[in-house]
Design a protein around this ligand. Structure first.
Ligand SMILES: *[C@@H]1O[C@H](CO)[C@@H](O)[C@H](O)[C@H]1NC(C)=O
Ligand SMILES: *[C@@H]1O[C@H](CO)[C@@H](O)[C@H](O)[C@H]1NC(C)=O
Ligand SMILES: *[C@@H]1O[C@H](CO)[C@@H](O)[C@H](O)[C@H]1NC(C)=O
Ligand SMILES: *[C@@H]1O[C@H](CO)[C@@H](O)[C@H](O)[C@H]1NC(C)=O
Ligand SMILES: *[C@@H]1O[C@H](CO)[C@@H](O)[C@H](O)[C@H]1NC(C)=O
Ligand SMILES: *[C@@H]1O[C@H](CO)[C@@H](O)[C@H](O)[C@H]1NC(C)=O
Ligand SMILES: *[C@@H]1O[C@H](CO)[C@@H](O)[C@H](O)[C@H]1NC(C)=O
Ligand SMILES: *[C@@H]1O[C@H](CO)[C@@H](O)[C@H](O)[C@H]1NC(C)=O
Ligand SMILES: *[C@@H]1O[C@H](CO)[C@@H](O)[C@H](O)[C@H]1NC(C)=O
Ligand SMILES: *[C@@H]1O[C@H](CO)[C@@H](O)[C@H](O)[C@H]1NC(C)=O
Ligand SMILES: *[C@@H]1O[C@H](CO)[C@@H](O)[C@H](O)[C@H]1NC(C)=O
Ligand SMILES: *[C@@H]1O[C@H](CO)[C@@H](O)[C@H](O)[C@H]1NC(C)=O
Ligand SMILES: [Cu+2]
Length: 571
C-alpha cells in the first residue's frame, strides 16, 4: 500500500479508519468517463442471424478497465426499443444506491431515446467483476468485463503475469430472450432453454456453423497468464477447465484468495468471477478450453458444451484430435462443493479481513421453488399451476415504482415485514416435502437493517416442489464472508461451531449447496437499498428475491448520498 497512501491527506486517512472502508474512498482514485450506447445489432451464430440488444454493437460488450479506488461515470444512452437499466456487479457503491441499477429496485428503466449517467464508485474491490443489464432477461446480451487493477504503488499478491486474458462465459438463444421470459411468465411454465453457451461470444467448434469463429487464446511457451473468467450465463452454473493445464485460482469476485493450486477444473456460478493463473508449460500445441453446465436439480437445461482453444505461438503441427479437458459430469454436486470449499481469503497484513465475530442480527432464509394456482385457464406449470419461487416463502413482487425512490420519499410501495426466519419449520430438505408447503405468499417485503449492524444470513436450500438444486445467491451493495456451509437442515446450535472466522472467502455471489445451507456475514456499513437474489435468471424472474435496506447512520458521512439531478422516470 505504501506509496499511494502518501498522496492522501492525513485527516482523510484518520476519517477512513474511523468510518470503515466503504464510506470514503471515492475521492482517492482517478475519474474515468465511458459512453455506452444500447442498440440492436445483427449477429449470425448457429447458422442463423438475429438482432440482439448490445452495448456499442459488441457481444460481449466493452471492457471497463480502471484501478482500485477510481470512480467511473458511465453515460448510458438507450437507442433500443424498450427500457433497460445497467448494474455494476460487485461494485459496493458506498452510499450510492442511485447508480446500482436493478430495474424497479433502485431505478426505473432508462426509456428508449434517453440517457442516464451512472456514477460507479469503487472502494475495496480489486480484481475482476462485470457489468450487466438488470431488466428482465436483457443481460443475456448486455454485459461485459469490469477490470480493477491494483492502485498505483501496489501490486498483485502473486508474481506479475506475462499477460492477461478476459474470458466471459455466456449463453445464446436462437429466440428472442425477452419473448422467452415473457412467454414463460404468461404460460406459467419453464422458459425455453438456450441453444449454446459461448466463450467471448463464440459457441465454439462443437456447435453447427461455429468452427471458424471459435475463440482462441494465444500464448507463448513458458509464460504465465492471468485469466479473468466471468460467468455471465443466464441459468446454468459451469464447470470449466483447460486440457492438460493446471488452473491456479488467485482471486474471486474482486478479492484475492489464498492460491488454489493444481486444480484441473473450477466451478463458477452465474454472477461469479475467478482470476486464474495459467502457465503455458506443455508442449506447443492446441488445447481445448471447455465449459460445461453444472445442474444438480431435476430441471430442463441446455446440455451442450462451449469450447475455445489455448493456442501456443510457433510453428508446429497441432495434435489431432486436440486434447480435451476432463470435467466433472453435469450433476456432480460433490465436485462443485469440493471446489467451493477451497476458497479462502488471503487474510494477511496487506489484505486483512473484516468478518463480524459478534453478530447482532441473525436471518435464517429458506430458498424454494413454488407454484401459484391459476385463476381461470390452467397454466403450463406442474398440476396446471404457475411456477414461482421464494425466499422465506415470500415470492417477491416487483413494484412499478422503484423501492429506492419509495424509501427516500416514503411512498407506500413495499412493506418492512420480510420474515427473518422461515414462517413454518418443517424438514426443508426431506426427500418428499408435502405439496401444501409449495404455495408461497406474494409480496414486496424488505429487510431493514440499522447502520453498521453485524449481520449473519443463513441461506437454507429446500426440496419444496421437488425443486432442490444449487442456488447462486447474490447481494448488491456488499461483499460478504462465507463462514460455513453444510448439507441438510441448518442446526443453529451445532453448525455455528464449525464456522471459519479466520480466513473465510469474501464474495458477492455464492452457490448454496443443493439440499444444504450456507452461512454468510457482513457489516451493514453501506446505507442504501440493495437487491438480494438468486443469479439463476429464471429463479429471479419467479420471485427468488428480496431487498435489504440499510438505514442511515448518525452522520452525513454514514448516510445515503443525495440523488443525482436526473433519474429515469417511472411510468
Ligand atoms: C496513477 O498513476 C498514473 C500514471 O502514472 C497517473 O496518471 C494517475 O493519476 C495516478 N493515480 C493516482 C490516483 O494517483
Ligand atoms: C460507444 O460508442 C460511442 C459512439 O457511438 C462512443 O462515443 C463511445 O466511446 C463508445 N464506448 C466505448 C466504451 O467503446
Ligand atoms: C438485421 O437484419 C435484418 C434482416 O437481414 C434487417 O431487416 C435489419 O434491418 C437488420 N437490423 C439491424 C439492426 O441491422
Ligand atoms: C438511435 O440512433 C439513431 C441514429 O443516431 C437516431 O436516429 C434514433 O433516433 C435513435 N433512437 C433512439 C431510440 O435513441
Ligand atoms: C419456445 O420453444 C417452443 C418450442 O420449440 C417454440 O415453439 C416457441 O416459439 C419458443 N418461444 C420463444 C419465445 O422463442
Ligand atoms: C499440476 O499440479 C500437480 C500437483 O502439483 C503436478 O503434479 C502436475 O505436474 C501439474 N501439471 C502441470 C501440467 O503443470
Ligand atoms: C464427482 O467428482 C468427484 C471429484 O471430481 C469425483 O471424485 C467423483 O468420482 C465424481 N462423482 C461421480 C458420481 O461422478
Ligand atoms: C465479542 O464479544 C465478546 C464477549 O462479549 C467480547 O469479549 C469481544 O471483544 C467481542 N469481539 C468483538 C470483535 O467485538
Ligand atoms: C417496472 O416498472 C415499470 C413502470 O414504472 C413497469 O412498466 C415495468 O414492467 C416494471 N418492471 C418490472 C420488471 O416489473
Ligand atoms: C399438508 O399435507 C400434509 C401431508 O400431506 C398433511 O399431513 C397436513 O395436514 C397438510 N396441512 C394442511 C395445513 O393442510
Ligand atoms: C407460505 O404462505 C402461504 C400463504 O400464507 C401458506 O399457505 C403456506 O403454508 C406457507 N408455506 C410455508 C412453507 O411456509
Ligand atoms: C433454532 O432453531 C429452532 C428450530 O430448529 C428454532 O425453534 C429456534 O428459534 C432457533 N433459535 C434461534 C436462536 O434462532
Ligand atoms: Cu436459484
Amino acid at each position: 500500500m505504501g506509496s499511494d497512501k502518501c498522496g492522501i491527506i492525513l485527516g482523510f486517512l484518520g476519517f477512513m479508519f474511523v468510518t470503515g472502508l466503504l464510506s470514503s474512498m471515492a475521492q482517492a482514485g482517478n475519474v474515468h468517463y465511458y459512453d455506452f450506447v444500447l442498440k440492436e445489432t445483427n449477429f449470425t451464430k448457429l447458422c442463423t442471424t438475429k438482432s440482439i440488444l448490445t452495448v456499442n454493437d459488441s457481444f460481449p460488450g466493452p471492457v471497463i478497465r480502471v484501478k482500485k479506488g477510481d470512480t467511473v461515470f458511465v453515460n448510458v444512452h438507450n437507442n433500443g426499443t424498450y427500457g433497460v437499466s445497467i448494474h455494476w456487479h460487485g461494485v459496493k457503491q458506498p452510499r450510492n444506491p442511485w447508480s446500482d441499477g436493478p430495474e424497479n429496485i433502485t431505478q426505473c428503466p432508462i426509456p428508449p431515446g434517453s440517457s442516464f449517467t451512472q456514477e460507479v464508485i469503487l472502494s475495496t474491490e480489486e480484481g475482476t467483476i462485470w457489468w450487466h443489464a438488470h431488466s428482465d432477461w436483457s443481460r443475456a446480451t448486455v454485459h461485459g468485463a469490469f477490470i480493477i487493477l491494483p492502485a498505483n504503488g501496489t501490486s498483485y499478491p502473486f508474481p506479475d503475469p506475462h499477460g492477461e486474458k478476459t474470458l466471459i462465459i455466456g449463453e445464446w438463444y436462437k429466440g428472442d430472450v425477452m419473448a422467452i421470459i415473457d412467454e414463460a411468465l404468461a404460460t406459467g411454465g419453464d422458459p425455453n432453454v438456450s441453444d449454446a453457451y459461448t466463450i467471448n461470444g463464440q459457441p465454439g467448434d462443437l456447435y453447427d456453423c461455429s468452427k471458424e469463429t471459435t475463440s482462441r487464446f494465444f500464448v507463448d511457451y513458458g509464460k504465465t497468464y492471468l485469466f479473468r473468467i466471468i460467468n455471465a450465463a443466464m441459468n446454468e452454473e459451469q464447470f470449466f477447465g483447460i486440457a492438460q493445464h493446471n488452473l491456479t485460482v488467485v482471486g474471486s469476485d474482486a478479492a484475492y484468495i489464498k492460491p488454489i493450486s493444481t486444480t484441473d477444473y473450477i466451478m463458477i456460478t452465474p454472477g461469479q468471477t475467478m482470476d486464474v493463473l495459467v502457465t503455458a508449460n506443455q508442449s506447443p500445441d492446441f488445447y481445448y478450453i471447455a465449459s460445461t453446465p453444472f445442474v444438480d436439480g431435476e430441471v430442463e437445461y441446455d446440455n451442450s458444451i462451449t469450447t475455445a482453444i489455448l493456442q501456443y505461438n510457433g510453428n508446429y503441427t497441432p495434435s489431432s484430435p486436440i486434447p480435451f479437458p476432463s470435467l466433472p459430469s453435469y450433476n456432480n454436486g460433490t465436485a462443485a462443493e469440493n471446489f467451493r470449499k477451497l476458497l479462502r481469503s488471503l487474510a494477511n497484513e496487506d489484505h486483512p479481513i473484516n468478518v463480524p465475530v459478534n453478530v447482532t442480527r441473525r436471518i435464517y432464509m429458506t430458498i424454494s421453488i413454488n407454484q401459484i394456482r391459476c385463476e381461470n385457464a390452467p397454466c403450463s406449470g406442474p398440476g396446471g399451476n404457475k411456477l414461482a419461487a421464494s425466499l422465506n416463502n415470500i415470492s417477491f413482487q416487483t413494484p412499478s415504482v422503484d423501492i429506492l425512490q419509495a424509501y427516500y420519499k416514503t411512498l407506500p410501495v413495499f412493506t418492512n415485514d420480510f420474515p427473518e426466519e422461515p414462517p413454518n419449520y418443517f424438514d426443508f430438505t426431506a426427500e418428499v416435502v408435502p405439496i401444501n408447503k409449495s404455495f408461497p405468499t406474494l409480496g414486496t417485503k424488505v429487510i431493514v437493517l440499522d447502520y453498521n449492524e453485524s449481520v449473519e444470513i443463513v441461506w437454507q436450500g429446500t426440496n419444496v416442489l421437488n425443486g432442490a438444486e444449487n442456488h447462486p445467491m447474490h447481494l448488491h451493495g456488499f461483499s460478504f464472508y462465507v463462514v460455513g456451509a453444510g448439507s441438510g437442515n441448518f442446526n443453529n446450535e451445532t453448525d455455528p461451531k464449525t464456522y471459519n472466522l479466520i480466513d473465510p472467502p469474501e464474495v458477492n455471489t455464492i452457490g448454496v449447496p443443493k439440499n444444504g445451507w450456507l452461512a454468510m456475514r457482513f457489516f451493514a456499513d453501506n446505507p442504501g437499498v440493495w437487491f438480494m437474489h438468486c443469479h439463476l435468471e429464471r429463479h429471479s424472474s419467479w420471485g427468488m428475491n428480496t431487498v435489504v435496506i440499510v438505514k442511515n447512520g448518525s452522520t452525513e458521512a454514514t448516510s445515503i448520498l443525495p440523488p443525482p439531478k436526473y433519474m429515469p422516470p417511472c411510468s
